[in-house]
Design a binder for this molecule. Structure first.
Ligand SMILES: Cc1cc2nc3c(=O)[nH]c(=O)nc-3n(C[C@H](O)[C@H](O)[C@H](O)COP(=O)(O)O)c2cc1C
Length: 330
């Protein structure tokens, strides 16, 4: 008997596990593999150079899976923004049913909702979650300090953040994101009030993730100590896999007398991060990973991974229930 949660019901998926949007990773191969395995696979809009390429990637995903999948739209303030509205229009034109939003999306959420789309909004604080609820999103995907990518400036890990989400979000269901890697994570998240989990880093380490195998092997070899936080000085903190580039950038960030972001801009350039995934050299540039790298010990298929997560979570929840005994002797 599979899980029955607000997430599985609303999305029509078997396993309450979402594969979060991932720049340079969230392509059709991975999203369809996750969806075929019973989770929710998500395409990442901005991995596609143009909105028309996103349309093609959506159509390709439809060839690879008949199961539900979503599209991520991440809107960040940049000097030369991509044509966000055109990407959003492709999502609408292609009649996508599930969207994961992140960042500054208040112009887009009402359009998605008017089109009947289920919106999962990702954010790192209770305050932002409450604003997203007011915007009308259906699920909050709350990203604890453990997560890959932009961790925010509040540093609240999931043991407290999820419990706070349970207190604060009322009837809006939420998904636990950040640091989730196995069925123990899913069982713990459910115990704290979540209706499922969102994983990024763990899905990078699957057979179907379209990144170089050396990068997957680097994650398997790493421990939970092997990430670095950069850009706190400019209140734009992001977590990266520790390598020679993050160490050099961190030293400049700490020691620079000018405090000018330009001094590390080249180090944290996304372009080199993309190359890392293609050329397999983990030291070629910065690339993001969460501290759950310490929990990743193999490179399974998405199907193996989701079956394992489902089984571990079920066993874990049963074990928890078995700890209650009406006739326990004190
Ligand atoms: C390589 C990589 C790229 C990511 N890119 C995005 C992105 O473009 N937009 C977004 O909303 N989240 C992005 N994320 C965050 C994930 O969707 C997810 O929230 C996060 O990975 C959860 O933490 P975890 O890695 O501990 O599972 C990225 C994560 C990784 C690992």
């Amino acid at each position: 008997m599979p899980f029955d949660t607000a997430l599985t019901r609303a999305l029509g998926i078997r396993v309450p596990v979402v594969q979060g949007g991932m720049q340079w990773v969230g392509y059709a191969e991975l999203a369809s593999a996750v969806s075929n395995a019973g989770g929710l696979g998500i395409l990442t809009s901005l991995t596609q150079p143009t909105p028309e390429d996103l349309r093609k990637e959506i159509r390709k995903t439809r060839q690879l899976t008949k199961k539900p999948f979503g599209v991520n739209l991440t809107v960040l303030p940049t000097i030369n923004p991509p044509p966000y509205a055109e990407y959003a229009q492709v999502i609408l034109d292609e009649k996508i049913k599930i969207v994961e939003t992140a960042g500054l999306v208040k112009d887009f959420v009402p359009k998605f909702k008017a089109a009947g789309i289920t919106v999962l909004h990702k954010c790192t604080t209770i305050r932002h979650s409450l604003s997203a609820v007011k915007m009308g999103v259906d699920f909050i995907s709350i990203d604890g300090f453990e997560c890959a990518g932009h961790v925010g400036e509040h540093d609240i890990p999931n043991f407290v953040l999820l419990n706070r989400a349970r207190e604060a979000l009322g009837n809006t269901p939420f998904i636990a994101s950040g640091g989730m890697a196995n069925g123990h994570s899913l069982a713990a998240a459910i115990s704290l009030g979540a209706c499922g989990i969102n994983m990024g880093t763990r899905f990078m380490c699957t057979v179907e993730a379209p990144i170089h195998n050396n990068i997957k092997e680097s994650i398997v070899k790493a421990s939970e100590d092997d990430t670095d936080l950069l850009m706190r000085r400019w209140t734009n903190t992001a977590r990266y896999f520790r390598n020679s580039v993050t160490q050099a950038a961190g030293k400049i960030e700490k020691e620079s007398k000018t405090g000018k972001f330009e001094e590390i801009a080249e180090y944290v350039s996304g372009k080199r991060g993309r190359q890392v995934f293609l050329n397999g050299d983990p030291d070629y540039g910065v690339w993001t990973a969460g501290i759950c790298i310490g929990l990743i010990h193999d490179i399974p298929t998405c199907d193996e991974l989701l079956k394992r997560i489902e089984r571990e979570a079920k066993e874990n929840l049963e074990r928890q229930v078995s700890m209650w005994k009406d006739d326990a002797r004190l």
